[in-house]
Write a protein that binds this ligand. Structure first.
Ligand code: SF4
Ligand code: SF4
Length: 449
C-alpha cells in the first residue's frame, strides 16, 4: 500500500519527517503518511489555552478527541493495524467524529498537522469504499443543488423551518438536526453591479462564493459599495464562456472538500482557475468575502492538481479586509463616518485566524471614527459548515459555541454590532443568542460617509 492511491496531491509533503527520529512515518501511504506522521506528541492540542486548537478536546477534555489522537489513529491505519480496510474502521471514525476542520492545528500545532486536509483524504477513501452518504451528497453538492433547484429548495427550507413535524421528518430521513433552523435561501440571488465613473485605484476581481451568492448577497453588495467608494473598478468573477455550466456561479469547492468529494472539488477548482486566467496574467487583485471559500484558493487549491498558476493565485488572492489593509499601506483612505452605537464585538472565523488575517480585521475596523471593538478570544464557533446541523453533532456544536463566543455575544451591549465574516459563524451566533451578526464589509458600507 506504499503506492496507495491518494485523491489529493500530497507531493508538498515529500520531505516531511525525513531524518526526524520521532516522526515514525507509517509503512504505507506515501506522502500522505508523511503529512500524518509529523506529530511530536507534546500534547499542545490537549489544552485550554488561548487560540483555536483543538475545539473537540476543549469541549470533552478527552485526549481521544485531540489532534494528536487523530494522528495516532491514522498511523495505526497506515501501519496496517486496522486491517485490510482501515479507512472504514470504526476506530478511525471515532477519532475523526468531532474534528470540525477548523485548521486550528495547521496554525497552532508546532508540527503544523493539517488535520483538515488529512480528513478530506480520509473521507474520500471512506466514500469510495462505503458509497457517499445521502447527507454528504446533499451538503457537499450544495452549489449544484442551489443552482438547479433554488426555488423549490428555498420553499422546502421555509416550510421545514416553520414546521416541527417536517423538521423531525428531515432529521429522521437525512440526519439534519430538528433543533436548529436551516439557513434560508434568498429569493433574489443577485446584487447590483454599477460601473464606477472613474477608478483611480485600478481594477479588482471580486470572487462571490456560493454562500454569499445564495444566502447573503447583501455582503457582496456592501463589498462592491466599499471598493467602488475606495476608487476601484470591481469586476465580479464569472465562469468563462466555454464553461460546461456558464450560468452556474463559481465555487471554491469547499463544500465538496468537507465531505471528501475530491473530484467534484477539483472540477470546481478548474472552473475558478479558468475564470481567473486574465486576472492572474494581468496581476489584478482577487478579493473574496467568505473566509473558508477565499482561503481555499490559497490553501486547498495546492492539493487539487490545478497547475502551477495556483502559486501565483496564492499571491494575488485576498480576503476583503486583507486587501483593504494592503491598499491602506499604499495610500487608500476610505471616507468613513461614525456609526450608531460606535462599538463592536468581533468573532474571527477559524480559517481567518489560521491565516493570520485578524490583523487586517483590526486595522480596517480602526479606520471607523470613534469606534471601539473587542475581538473575542474564541475557538471554533461550532457550526463549522454543516457540522452543527448534523443531528449527532448538535450538542457538541453548541458546547463549542458556549466555550467563549456565545457568552461574549450575549454580554455585548445591546447597541454593539456583532461582526463575523463567516456565514456559519453568523448562523451559530443567531441561533445561540438571537443576535444578528454582520460581515465586516456590511459594517464598513454602513460607515461610508
Ligand atoms: S500539538 Fe501537534 S505535535 Fe503536539 S501532540 Fe498535538 S498534533 Fe502532535
Ligand atoms: S482541524 Fe480543528 S478540530 Fe480538527 S484536529 Fe485540527 S484543531 Fe482539532
Amino acid at each position: 500500500m506504499s503506492s496507495m492511491k491518494t485523491f489529493l496531491d500530497w507531493s508538498a509533503y515529500d520531505t516531511y519527517g525525513m531524518g526526524d527520529a520521532y516522526a515514525g512515518i507509517p509503512a504505507t501511504g506515501g506522502n500522505y503518511a508523511k503529512a500524518v506522521a509529523v506529530c511530536m506528541n507534546n500534547h499542545q492540542c490537549q489544552r485550554d489555552a488561548k487560540g483555536v486548537m483543538c475545539p473537540s478536546y476543549r469541549i470533552t477534555h478527552d485526549p481521544a478527541h485531540s489532534t494528536g489522537a487523530r494522528v495516532k489513529a491514522f498511523k495505526a491505519a497506515l501501519n496496517g493495524e486496522l486491517g485490510e480496510h482501515p479507512f472504514v474502521h470504526p476506530d478511525l471514525a471515532a477519532a475523526m467524529d468531532l474534528c470540525v476542520s477548523c485548521k486550528g492545528c495547521k496554525k497552532e500545532c508546532p508540527s503544523s498537522v493539517d488535520m483538515t486536509l488529512i480528513k478530506t483524504e480520509y473521507l474520500a477513501h471512506r466514500n469510495e469504499e462505503m458509497g457517499l452518504p445521502r447527507r454528504a451528497k446533499l451538503f457537499g453538492g450544495l452549489p449544484e443543488w442551489l443552482h438547479r433547484y433554488r426555488r423549490p429548495l428555498a420553499a422546502l427550507v421555509r416550510l421545514r423551518n416553520a414546521s416541527p413535524f417536517l423538521a423531525g421528518l428531515v432529521e429522521r430521513r437525512l440526519g439534519i438536526s430538528a433543533r436548529r433552523p436551516i439557513p434560508e435561501i434568498v429569493s433574489q440571488p443577485v446584487f447590483a453591479t454599477a460601473e464606477p465613473a472613474t477608478a483611480p485605484r485600478g481594477k479588482v476581481v471580486l470572487f462571490v462564493d456560493t454562500f454569499t451568492h445564495y444566502y447573503t448577497p447583501e455582503v457582496a453588495e456592501a463589498a462592491l459599495a466599499v471598493l467602488t467608494a475606495g476608487g476601484y473598478a470591481v469586476e465580479v468573477l464569472r465562469p468563462v464562456a466555454e464553461d460546461a455550466e456558464p450560468d452556474r456561479p463559481l465555487c471554491c469547492g469547499r463544500t465538496y472538500l468537507s465531505q471528501g468529494m475530491v473530484d467534484a472539488a477539483k472540477a470546481e477548482g478548474k472552473r475558478v482557475m479558468a475564470a481567473l486566467k486574465p486576472a492572474l496574467a494581468e496581476g489584478t487583485p482577487i478579493v473574496g468575502l467568505e473566509p473558508s471559500c477565499l482561503l481555499a484558493l490559497r490553501d486547498e487549491f495546492y492539493s487539487l492538481s490545478l497547475g502551477p498558476e495556483v502559486g501565483q493565485l496564492g499571491k494575488q488572492a485576498f480576503l476583503f479586509e486583507e486587501f483593504l489593509m494592503r491598499e491602506g499601506n499604499k495610500g487608500l483612505k476610505l471616507d468613513l463616518k461614525p456609526i450608531p452605537g460606535g462599538k463592536a464585538v468581533v468573532h474571527g472565523h477559524c480559517h481567518q485566524k489560521a491565516f493570520g488575517a485578524m490583523k487586517s480585521m483590526k486595522k480596517v475596523l480602526g479606520w471607523i471614527p470613534e469606534f471601539e471593538f473587542e475581538i473575542v478570544d474564541a475557538s471554533c464557533c461550532g457550526m463549522s459548515g454543516s457540522f452543527g446541523l448534523e443531528a449527532e453533532h448538535y450538542e457538541a456544536s453548541v458546547k463549542m459555541g458556549e466555550l467563549a463566543l456565545l457568552p461574549a455575544v450575549r454580554s455585548a451591549p445591546a447597541d454593539a454590532t456583532i461582526v463575523a465574516d463567516g456565514f456559519s459563524c453568523r448562523h451559530q451566533i443567531k441561533d445561540g443568542t438571537g443576535r444578528d451578526a454582520v460581515h465586516v464589509a456590511v459594517l464598513l458600507a454602513r460607515a461610508l460617509a
